[in-house]
Design a protein around this ligand. Structure first.
Ligand code: FAD
Ligand code: SF4
Ligand code: SF4
Ligand code: SF4
Length: 412
């Protein structure tokens, strides 16, 4: 048994497991498929304009920065485990590291993005608040690779960080234990077609809303860039319905939607905001707090109802059709923008990799953690195992990390 641990997935759960294990003296290899660390959390915005609202969005950024400085954690970005073999001394994993075409010398100045002539840009910064802030080239879009005729990014780069000669490599890593933390994917709002996603421009998913808030500092209408004066927030989009997505409660969407609503009102107290919900499940926080907050705001209404359909109205407005709480009549309410609060599905559970590690799927599609699996040195952590928010993913990953067997403990 060695002190090496392989972690698959660099979201809040994988990062926390990496930190806890490094603190215990393990040598960790963290394999992350995307170009940066942070997982789904890197796509979230801070919801605390006036005071911290404990949304957890900053957690992933802080933890990712810590891990990047940690000498006993090797981070492999744009990487995937392509095979794992179990031997007497533990596991041997083959990892494919894809080329980024930008070296670690990148200082994130963004001059290359400005210079890139491709519509939609072939060179980009990491998503959201993802760490490190090293840019990357999408070979499928880049004119250098498609036509051999562009090097504008290399011409303007002040640190000579563009490397068109970068190539994919396969590396092998040995580990006594593996932590599986492949996380979640958001449910696509367009899977619920009756709510106008993809047809009505100003119907946005919560993932879109997070991005707009991150980029602009406030919510604006995609159609004309105007700040909306009447906003509807609709809960349980895709969750708690077999027909429209998944039958379980995604657990974190009431938490983030109440905080996004508060942020919208902090930015512009004149907004009229209607919050449609089936029941409020605000996780660790008492729902009364949000209800009291809403009552104090004269322009916020909490409406216990699930809208049936959203249609285009006059002058770019959106018409939300909804039954009243007593179900006796239907109402039509007009908005400038509608936000659909989407839930989640687990990611990477039905893959060959999960299968080769012996990871089983439960009846709702989540990866099953078990004592038997842990005895084999395989630990399933984070939201791939059941719906959970950032805080719970981190707490449970830290707890799972204490069960990973190491030969040599070094208390730090
Ligand atoms: C719209 C939305 C808003 C949310 N808002 C909040 C909020 O305000 N507060 C809150 O607490 N929670 C919020 N959440 C929930 C939060 O995002 C999750 O609880 C958290 O990200 C779970 O962490 P995780 O590490 O388990 O998974 P993830 O964050 O999904 O991380 C998994 C990582 O694994 C990587 N990966 C996947 N497969 C592989 C593979 N085969 N090889 C290598 N890497 C792989 C992924 O690229 C990803 O980086 C929100 C979720 C959504 C969808
Ligand atoms: S111009 Fe160079 S240093 Fe600046 S972001 Fe692009 S690659 Fe990085
Ligand atoms: S080579 Fe040209 S097309 Fe490719 S990323 Fe650089 S600027 Fe964009
Ligand atoms: S957390 Fe709230 S919005 Fe999300 S599925 Fe559960 S009840 Fe619906």
């Amino acid at each position: 048994m060695t002190n090496e641990v392989l972690i698959i997935g660099g979201g809040p759960a994988g990062l926390t497991a990496a930190k806890s294990l490094a603190d215990r003296g393990a040598n960790v290899v963290l394999v992350e498929r995307s170009e940066s660390l942070g997982g789904m959390a890197r796509e979230l915005t801070c919801k605390g304009l006036v005071e911290c609202r404990s949304c957890g969005a900053c957690f992933a950024v802080d933890r990712a920065s810590e891990i990047l400085k940690e000498p006993s954690v090797e981070v492999l970005l744009m990487s995937e485990v392509i095979s794992v073999r179990k031997g007497d001394a533990g596991y041997e994993a083959k990892v494919k590291v894809s080329p980024r075409y930008v070296t670690d010398d990148c200082i994130g100045c963004g001059k290359c993005v400005e210079a890139c002539p491709v519509e939609g840009k072939a060179i980009s910064p990491p998503k959201g608040t993802g760490q490190p802030r090293i840019h990357w080239i999408d070979k499928r879009k880049c004119l250098h690779f498609k036509k051999g005729e562009c090097a504008k990014c290399a011409d303007v780069c002040p640190t000579k960080a563009i490397d068109f000669e970068d190539r994919a490599t396969n590396v092998t890593r040995k580990a006594a234990s593996i932590v599986y933390a492949t996380g979640i994917e958001p449910i696509g709002a367009c899977e619920v077609s009756r709510l106008g996603c993809g047809v009505l421009e100003d119907v946005v998913s919560s993932v879109d809303a997070e991005r707009i808030l991150n980029e602009k500092g406030r919510l604006v209408r995609p159609s004309d860039g105007a700040a909306p004066k009447k906003v509807a927030v609709i809960q349980c989009v895709g969750s708690r319905s077999v027909k429209n997505g998944v039958d379980y409660c995604s657990k974190f969407c009431c938490k983030y939607a109440t905080k996004i609503s508060q942020l919208i009102m902090d930015v512009d107290p004149e907004v009229n905001l209607d919050f449609y919900f089936m029941d409020l499940r605000t996780l660790h926080e008492p729902q009364d707090e949000f209800k009291r907050w809403a009552k104090d705001k004269k322009t916020v209404r909490l409406i216990r109802s699930m809208p049936s359909v959203i249609q285009p109205g006059k002058d770019g407005k959106l018409v939300v059709k909804v039954a009243t709480e007593t179900d006796t009549e239907a109402q039509e309410n007009e908005y400038d923008l509608v936000l659909l609060s989407v839930g989640m599905r687990p990611q990477g559970v039905s893959t060959d990799l999960a299968g080769s590690l012996g990871i089983k799927v439960d009846e709702r599609g989540f990866a099953k953690a078990s004592a038997d699996l842990e005895a084999q040195g395989i630990h399933v952590v984070g939201a791939v195992s059941e719906p959970m928010d950032i805080e719970e993913a981190a707490v449970r990953a830290a707890s799972a990390a204490t069960r990973v067997k190491l030969t040599k403990e070094v208390a730090r």
